[in-house]
Structure formats: C-alpha cells, structure tokens
Write a new protein. Structure first.
Length: 74
C-alpha cells in the first residue's frame, strides 16, 4: 500500500520536474524573459531563484522516491 503511494508521488514529481526544468532560462532568457525582465542580470530575478529552489526540492523528492521503490519493490 505504501509502495503505491510512493509510486504515485514519484510519477507526479517526475511530471512537475519536467515542467519546472522547461521553465528555466536557457541561453535565451527563459522565464524571466517571458515576463519582460532579466535584461542580462547574472543573478536572475527573484522568480528565477524561487524556481531554482522548487526544482531542487522536486528533484530530491523524485530521487528519494526512485530510491525507495528500487529498494523496497517486491
């Protein structure tokens, strides 16, 4: 039962991770350019920094879910 919950969370975090990575700025500007800001700022906007933190947390949750499923799946 717990494995099913972890599997659902892992699938959801994988989808969120795809979306959050696609929102990041590449060489062209990404999210900050989409909303009209970030004219070459090296640190990025507050929105970009928050997106970085959300992406890292999502990646850690995804990694823990994959680790749990590979360890406990029978």
């Amino acid at each position: 039962m717990f494995n099913a919950f972890v599997l659902a969370v892992t699938v959801l975090t994988s989808l969120f991770l795809i979306v959050f990575i696609l929102l990041h700025s590449g060489k062209g500007g990404g999210l900050s350019e989409m909303f009209g800001g970030g004219a070459g700022l090296s640190g990025g906007t507050a929105l970009e920094r928050r997106l970085d933190k959300i992406t890292v947390v999502t990646a850690v949750v995804f990694g823990l879910g994959v680790f749990w499923l590979s360890w406990k799946w029978h």
